[in-house]
Design a protein around this ligand. Sequence first.
Ligand SMILES: NC(=O)c1ccc[n+]([C@@H]2O[C@H](COP(=O)([O-])OP(=O)(O)OC[C@H]3O[C@@H](n4cnc5c(N)ncnc54)[C@H](OP(=O)(O)O)[C@@H]3O)[C@@H](O)[C@H]2O)c1
Length: 321
Amino acid sequence: MFAVYAAAPNADAPLDSLTMGERPEPEAPEGWVAVTVTAASLNMHDLWTLRGVGIKPDQFPMILGCDGAGTLDDGTEVVLHSVIGDPSWAGDETLDPGRTLLTEKHQGTFAEKVIVPARNAVPKPDGLCAAQAAVMGTAWLTAYRMLFVKSGLRPGQTMLVQGASGGVSTALVQLGHAAGIRVWVTGRTAEKRALAEKLGAHAVFPSGERLPGKVDAVFETVGEATWSHSMRALKPGGIIVVSGSTSGPNPIADLQRLFFLQLRVVGSTMGTRDELADLLSFVATAGIHPEIGLELPMERAEEGFRAMLDGNTAGKIVFTQ
Ligand SMILES: NC(=O)c1ccc[n+]([C@@H]2O[C@H](COP(=O)([O-])OP(=O)(O)OC[C@H]3O[C@@H](n4cnc5c(N)ncnc54)[C@H](OP(=O)(O)O)[C@@H]3O)[C@@H](O)[C@H]2O)c1
């Protein structure tokens, strides 16, 4: 079958390892299902995989794509939950020490077919098209958990999202707006800030600019480049929820500010199957239209990878077939 895959790890030139071609069609073992992929979205995780981060060298070649939407053999339309855990694990799947994401151990979704445990295929709500359904399983699920499970924010409070145009950032803006939270966003260009405003941000600022007031929570995926700004942005007792470190993983902690203002820094990763079902329900009932910045046929996936590598995002990048 046709697939988009990482041939080998390449830390310095990740796109040199990006390969399009034939891969063996997977067969579902007992308890797993085969899903014919209709759409799948690009995540920064796919660039990390091409670089060899978070994946063992002996796992290559690896079909890329952590999330997606498709149909089961009986025609049921599904959204994929990409956290694959130990079947004996009970409780929050994101805390299972043996869990992996699609593309870390099991082949990903940038292909005609993917196999997943049956419980990882979640029924798709009617209101979402395939491209919008495809973005739910990684970026949107991560944003949902950061906002509604980890931050403790209430409607009427103020959140700051670092980064305007990325997959997780745009999801945070749309979810926060729909939940009645005042949404402030930093973005690197006027165009990216305008996108955040279009998606419901109440105020936008150039990256690093002094804010007109303090916020209750900051949502971080950028890391080193924005961390000090995030620490300075918080009210006493405020919280930073962090799920990524795109610009570098070792920010200066600013420890005096941390203890003196009694700030909290909380990690968040992906979300549970139940949270994915709740996210799908929220998006459907609130009438949210997830922002798709670029939709391409899977054969043209390289254009999407290059856009993300160059920072040219405007919402999620989706590949369809
Ligand atoms: N833990 C998890 O479960 C999980 C899940 C999903 C993603 N992540 C992580 O979250 C991060 C974002 O992923 P994504 O898929 O949303 O990526 P993406 O779509 O490429 O978005 C990247 C975002 O980072 C911002 N950014 C990058 N470099 C920056 C810099 N130097 N200064 C300011 N802003 C910068 C961009 O802001 P502009 O809009 O201003 O350009 C953009 O909003 C990645 O590190 C990824 O690995 C983690």
